[in-house]
Design a protein around this ligand. Structure first.
Ligand code: URA
Length: 302
């Protein structure tokens, strides 16, 4: 039978703890303190990670729709592209960046932004551009039987708001939506959304007309001025001029040009904020793009 060698284990007698001298004890204590500090640093990181995971889960609405699906349905891009945007931290829900693909959100009530720009997430919301012809009333019904915007949009069952008004004889871009807050802000003078008009007037127009309109003309309800003005064309006794204004008093363009001595014979609105009439045919309708709706939201601070 072999006996265990006596005095095994780090040169100390078996069963007895090693005795440290004062210097070794001080070194051991310093090492323990360093370890403690390092651990505390790391645990801060863990806390931060746990907190961000919590924040992600806060956006998880029970019964909600997956974020990448909402983004893709809103026209941001393919699901895969939307996942890349989420992974890159470019998507916000109610002001929180969400990096988790599976996050479930409520597109009806939550504000979703990509690169800071709001997207039209709710599939119930409709945003349309219409090219209103002359001889159509900017309303949804008329008790005198005149043609209205509803005649141009027979298939849209939702209740739409027209954003501001155009005169019966004015043509061009009208925005329609069932997004009440956006419609209200776009039409409200406080937000000063610029609108651009092409006006056919008796010509030729003098050089000073632009300066006069930019400085302001006196109307019976106060001064009105244009933000931009240019002469587009002059032919045989008539001129085409373009004006941009950020206010919407009744008949404002017609009254300004009449006051300046150039009554309007035809008026077309070509732009509202970021949305252009483009090549939309008279009476035609198109859906606004995700980008256009995002830019409209941005124009009125939504
Ligand atoms: N200014 C007008 O005079 N008429 C319109 O319809 C719009 C702006």
């Amino acid at each position: 039978m072999t006996r265990p060698p006596s005095g095994s284990g780090a040169g100390s007698p078996a069963g007895r703890p090693a005795r440290l001298g004062p210097a070794e004890l001080a070194r051991a204590r310093a090492a323990a303190a360093r370890l403690h500090e390092e651990f505390a640093d790391e645990s801060d990181e863990w806390d931060a990670l746990a907190e961000s995971a919590d924040r992600d889960s806060l956006t998880d609405v029970p019964g909600g729709v997956r974020l990448q699906k909402v983004l893709a349905a809103a026209g941001v891009g393919s699901r895969r592209h939307c996942e890349e945007l989420i992974g890159a931290g470019r998507v916000e829900v109610d002001g929180e960046i969400v990096r988790r693909f599976g996050a479930r959100v409520d597109p009806q009530h939550q504000v979703i932004r990509v690169d800071g720009q709001r997207i039209p997430a709710s599939e119930d919301l409709v945003y349309l551009a219409v090219n209103k012809p002359a001889g159509v009333l900017t309303s949804m019904s008329d008790n005198r039987g005149r043609k209205t915007m509803a005649d141009l949009l027979p298939d849209v069952a939702e209740r739409l708001f027209h954003v501001g008004r155009l005169d019966y004889d004015t043509e061009g871009l009208m925005l329609l939506t069932n997004d009440g807050e956006l419609a209200h802000r776009l039409a409200h003078p406080r937000f000063g959304v610029p609108k651009t008009y092409l006006a056919e007037v008796a010509g030729p127009v003098p050089r000073g007309l632009g300066r006069q309109l930019l400085t302001g003309v006196e109307l019976d309800d106060g001064i009105a001025s244009a933000d931009k003005f240019r002469v587009v064309e002059q032919v045989a006794g008539r001129a085409l001029v373009e004006l941009t204004l950020h206010e919407g008093r009744k008949h404002i363009v017609r009254r300004m040009l009449a006051e300046a001595g150039h009554p309007v014979s035809r008026l077309v609105r070509t732009q509202v904020g970021p949305v252009a009439l483009g090549s939309l045919r008279p009476g035609g309708t198109r859906k606004l793009s995700t980008k256009e709706v995002g830019e409209l939201y941005a124009a009125v601070g939504l």
